[in-house]
Each structure stands twice: as C-alpha cells, then as structure tokens.
Write a protein that binds this ligand. Structure first.
Ligand code: RM4
Ligand code: MN
Ligand code: MN
Length: 424
C-alpha cells in the first residue's frame, strides 16, 4: 500500500493554524533558525528490515497482523514510513533473513519509493537450515578453522549482496563469547576474530566500510569477544581506515556514559554509526526516547559538537539507524515514534548556544554550563521537527496521519491477520 500525498496535505491543512502558532513561539529567539531547519530536513534514519514485524521474546510472540511477508512488502512499509515522516529514506538488510534474490527488481522497487539501501548486516549468531557447521560456540573467534571459514565466507557473500544493492557498508555484530569462566582463552579468541575480520576486510570494495558493533552480554553471559568500545576500536585500528566502531545504544552496562564514548570515538575518526533504541535494563530494544530522552539529547549534543569540530556533514558522514524490536506496539507506529524522538534530540542539540557553553566551560562556570544545556533540552522543539517534515512533503504529525489514514487496517486487508515477518 502507498500513502497518497494529497491525503497527507489534507491532514496537514487541518493542523496548520495551530502548528504555526507553536512554530512562531519556538522560532522567536532562534537566530540560526534556517540552519536548524535545513539540517533537520536533510537528516534521515535508516530502517532495519528486521524491525517491520512484531518482535518476540524467548517466551512468545504476539503478531499484530498485516506484517510484511516478503522483502518487497518490507520495502513497501519503509515507503509508508518515509512518505509520512520524510526522514527514513533507506533500509538496512539482515542476511539471510532478507535475501535480495532479484537485486535489480528490489533496487527498482526501492527507488520508486525514494529509498536506497543502507549497511548490510551479516548473521553468524544463528544456524540456518542446511548449514554445514554450527555456530553454537561462536563464529569468527573460534578455534575451529572450518567454522571460522564458513563465517568468513558468509560475510563475503553479504558484501556481494550489498554491492548489488549499492550499499556501502558491512555491519558486523558477533554473538561470540563464552558462558562460563574457563571456556575461552580471551587472547586467542580476540586474535582469531582479528584474523577473520582481516580476511573479510581485504574483500571490501574501495568505497566500502566495515562497522564493528560491540555488546557486553547476551546471548553469552560470561564474556563477549567484542564486548565494549575499547575492544571494537582496537580491532578497527588494527584493521585499517575502512573499519570503525558502531554504537548500539542498548549495548552498554547500566549507567555507562555513552555520550563520552561517542565524543572520543568521533575525536579518533572512528565512529561508524548508530543503532538507536532505548532501554531500562539491558538490550531492551525499546522505542528511542521512551525511557531516557535526556541521555539521547546529551549524545546528540556530543555528536553535533564533535562532528562540527571535524567539519563533518551531520546527515551523511555517520550511519544513522534504528535497531529496535516491538513486542506490543504496531511496528510502523513504533518506528515513526523512534524517528521523531531522534529528530527531537537532534533539534535540541542544534539549538544549544555553543559559544556560550564554550565560555562557561572555560570559566569553570558549572552552573551556567548546565543551564545552557538544559535550556535547549527543555525547549519544545517539536514544531521545528514538524515544520521540517512539512517542508519536505511529509506529515506534521506522522503517527496521527498513520492512524487517520488507517494504514494498518489496509495492510491487514491486503496481507491478512496471520502474517509473520522474518527477524528476531
Ligand atoms: C543484536 C545487535 C545487532 C542486531 C541483532 C539482531 O543485539 O544489536 O545489531 O543485528 O541484535
Ligand atoms: Mn544493533
Ligand atoms: Mn542489540
């Protein structure tokens, strides 16, 4: 199903007067408004192909109906999201959950909806039917050469799929680790991982990147071979210029200062990109901004400051992607909410008075520094985000529009109530 532009315009029209009043209020004291608007308009967040269906836990899965049954239908759903928010113009594929068998046709369908392909993700954390060797004890880190070889070849195959779709990055997340003390020799596991990644790295096309994701626990609960940003950065530095570290917000131990990690990775030119989600306990994969929006703002504040310091383009010099799972919400609504939360945090970071903050820092004026940050955080920037969407041809309120246009009801009519999308 496709969302028609005139229907979005009709809905926007109804909300316009109220929107203008709110926009005037927030724009009033913002000398660099035009800059904020153009940056918000340029900003896009990729949608993962595995987040378009209802997610499950190890206890159960409660499908909501109308889920995409194929890669084509997933692309259509991303098309719906992008038509509504004009901020989700790419899709990231997880192989083999979503194999583009007919790449030219898949590419054409995406292009027709104004979409392109973001990073491709490999999967050596599950065994697939007909797979020769098992990943029960890990993949790229393993002592067993045959398993490692199979995992290396899988990653090379994923790059090949990506090349056909014009992706420019391979995203590697390994579940490799150990469940019990004594199970692994840490140095050997690290060394094996490095050598395996080196083999994959040599097959990367010139204009490609390798993004190395870290995670401290789950599914292994004693050690993870790429457990934190230090280990990922170590690998990235040893691999070379095309390799860098990917930060998934849910992959930290409680209370970790993620904004500081982001700042230093940026300083080193080694921040690959983001998997956005929110969490209260672990890798909860909740809607972005639903639990700790202040942390998200602080992260964006470092991103904006750190990218500006290096003269980087916010919209394109880092990979922005959602990595969330939705057990009880409509996946499309959840993704729309996540992108809105990201844009709100970004807008707040863009309105921070940077020169005032810098001088407060230089004068050790702790109170003022806090006031400056919180002044931005406590500003209701939602009208700015809505205006960016309006100017780009999207909806003032994407979730309202989605409901008003009865998208899910139509998808259920088209696809049926009992459909299950591939993914976790
Ligand atoms: C992992 C990690 C990866 C994602 C898988 C499905 O926890 O976040 O990025 O590909 O889940
Ligand atoms: Mn992730
Ligand atoms: Mn995760």
């Amino acid at each position: 199903m496709q969302v028609e532009k005139y229907k979005i315009e009709e809905l926007n029209h109804q909300e316009l007067a109220e929107h203008k009043r709110k926009l005037d209020f927030v724009s009033h004291n913002l000398p660099w408004l035009d800059d904020v608007m153009s940056k918000l308009q340029a900003f896009n967040v990729a949608i993962p192909s595995w987040a378009l269906g209802t997610g499950g836990t190890r206890f159960g899965r409660f499908s909501g109906g109308g889920e995409p049954r194929s890669l084509e239908e997933k692309i259509e759903d991303v098309g719906v999201i992008n038509a509504l928010n004009k901020s989700s113009n790419s899709i990231s594929l997880h192989i083999p959950w979503d194999i583009p068998d007919n790449a030219p046709a898949i590419k054409a369908l995406a292009a027709q909806l104004g979409l392109h392909f973001d990073a491709v993700n490999s999967n050596t954390f599950q065994d697939q039917p007909n797979q020769k060797h098992s990943y029960k004890f890990g993949s790229l880190h393993l002592v067993d050469n045959a398993v490692r070889k199979q995992a290396i070849e899988h990653n090379i195959e994923v790059i090949k799929y990506g090349v056909q779709l014009d992706s420019k990055a391979l995203s590697v997340w390994l579940s490799d680790g150990s469940n019990f003390p004594g199970q692994l020799n840490f140095r050997q596991a690290f060394q094996n991982t490095l050598e395996s990644l080196q083999e994959i790295y040599t097959t990367l096309p010139d204009d490609w990147k390798m993004w190395i994701e870290y995670k401290p626990f789950e599914p292994n609960f004693y050690s993870t071979t790429i457990g934190d940003w230090g280990q990922s950065l170590l690998l990235a530095n040893k691999l070379g210029a095309k390799a860098s570290t990917l930060v998934d917000l849910g992959h930290h131990l409680p209370n970790t200062n993620i904004e500081q990690i982001v700042s230093l990775l940026l300083m080193e030119g080694k921040l690959a990109g983001f998997h956005f989600n929110d969490s209260k306990y672990g890798d909860d994969d909740l809607t972005v901004g639903s639990i700790n929006p202040y942390q998200l703002f602080l992260i964006f504040n470092e991103l904006v400051e750190g990218m500006d310091a290096r003269g980087m383009t916010h919209a394109t010099d880092i990979g922005w992607m959602i990595d969330a799972s939705h057990n009880v919400k409509d996946p499309i609504e959840d993704l729309l909410q996540s992108v809105q939360a990201i844009k709100i945090a970004y807008a707040q970071a863009l309105i921070v008075d940077k020169s005032a903050l810098k001088s407060a820092q230089q004068n050790n004026d702790v109170t003022l520094a806090q006031e400056i940050l919180q002044q931005a955080y406590r500003t209701d920037v939602r009208p700015l985000v809505a205006q960016a969407s309006l100017l780009s041809g999207g909806a003032l309120s994407p979730v309202n529009a989605y409901r008003n246009l009865q998208v899910r009801e139509n998808l259920i009519k088209e696809r049926g109530l009992k459909t299950v999308a591939t993914g976790l």
